[in-house]
Design a protein around this ligand. Structure first.
Ligand code: BG6
Length: 301
């Protein structure tokens, strides 16, 4: 596992990339480029914040987020891996997998010729992770900070037998008021409505929000626009390696129960998750790599 001193010695880039410990010991990378800034935690290779230069924050991090080793953080870009949602066979295993609550190591960090900063993390396997995921594999999260935020989750089968994988980039976006937000790009897609007994429905027109929303959109195109009149901007989400998109807002009651949203916290966020979930399961053969990528860009109206 990387130490703070080692991270700064091996990977710091003058005035652009440095590492620090948050109270409680959480190690984070602080990135500051000419195009945008970000913080990324070593636990979970979890992007906590991202703000393009001259724009407001794009990623939502709860004001009440708790930074406790081994616990998930409310907000940012949590990685759900190697399964999305509950484990299919064992209810004792954590929802959305273990990747977001274990340490990752930084294997490479560099300034690209155009000034962006790229960090390449690899999940550290342990007896505890192998007890839940007995498949020979590696998983990397490659984060690039520039005018856009780019995330690439690459899973490689290093064993001799195929395995199945579900996953998501569970990204929380900052919005002005969820009640005024609409999402384009899902029109005509079938979805599983998790707040209505997992019934299958079809999206007609843009998606808007007036109650708890928890949906897995199927056969999606990899292109969504979050329209936000309150903040006078749109967020463009493009992705590859994914045919499912999860959209989530817990609304008032559920957010209250979670204890890390705060009063009305749900009004300022929406999750649009680039996923391989439900019907969209990845089967990875020996030596194959699956790449799930997402790019996030803020466009002023
Ligand atoms: C979403 C799921 O992806 O994540 C929801 O569709 C879930 O059902 C939500 O409630 C948050 O999950 P967690 O484990 O981070 O509280």
């Amino acid at each position: 596992m990387n130490t703070l001193a080692e991270l700064n010695r091996r990977f710091a880039v003058a005035s652009k990339l440095a590492f620090e410990a948050l109270p409680g010991g959480f190690l984070v990378a602080r990135v500051d480029t000419d195009f945008g800034s970000a913080t990324i935690a070593l636990q979970g290779a979890h992007v906590l914040t991202y703000q393009p230069r001259n724009h407001g924050p794009l990623i939502w991090l709860s004001k009440f987020a708790k930074f406790v080793p081994g616990k998930s953080v409310r907000g940012g870009v949590p990685i759900c891996w190697p399964w999305f949602g509950p484990h299919s066979a064992n209810v004792q295993f954590p929802g959305h997998g273990f990747a977001r609550t274990v340490p990752w190591q930084l294997v490479e960090a560099r300034a690209l010729p155009d000034g962006r900063i790229r960090l390449d993390f690899e999940l550290i396997q342990s007896d505890a992770t192998r007890a839940q995921w007995p498949h020979a594999s590696t998983v990397r999260n490659i984060v690039t900070v520039g005018q856009e935020l780019e995330v690439e989750l690459a899973t490689t089968n290093t064993g001799v037998a195929p395995f199945q994988l579900s996953q998501a980039l569970h990204t929380y976006f900052e919005v002005g008021d969820i009640r005024r937000v609409s999402i384009d790009g899902l029109d005509g897609s079938d979805f599983i409505d998790k707040v209505d007994g997992s019934s299958r429905k079809r999206q007609e027109g843009p998606l808007t929000f007036s109650a708890e929303t928890d949906r897995i959109y199927l056969a999606t195109s990899g292109h969504c626009v979050i329209r936000d009149p309150e903040l006078a901007r749109s967020i463009l989400v493009t992705s590859t390696g994914s045919r499912s998109t999860v959209v989530w807002n817990p609304w008032i009651e559920k957010a209250d129960k979670m204890g890390d949203f705060g009063t009305d916290g749900h009004l300022g966020m929406v999750c649009v998750e680039t996923a391989n979930a439900a019907d969209d399961i990845i089967v990875l053969k020996p030596d194959e790599t699956h790449r799930l990528t997402a790019q996030y860009r803020s466009i002023k109206d």
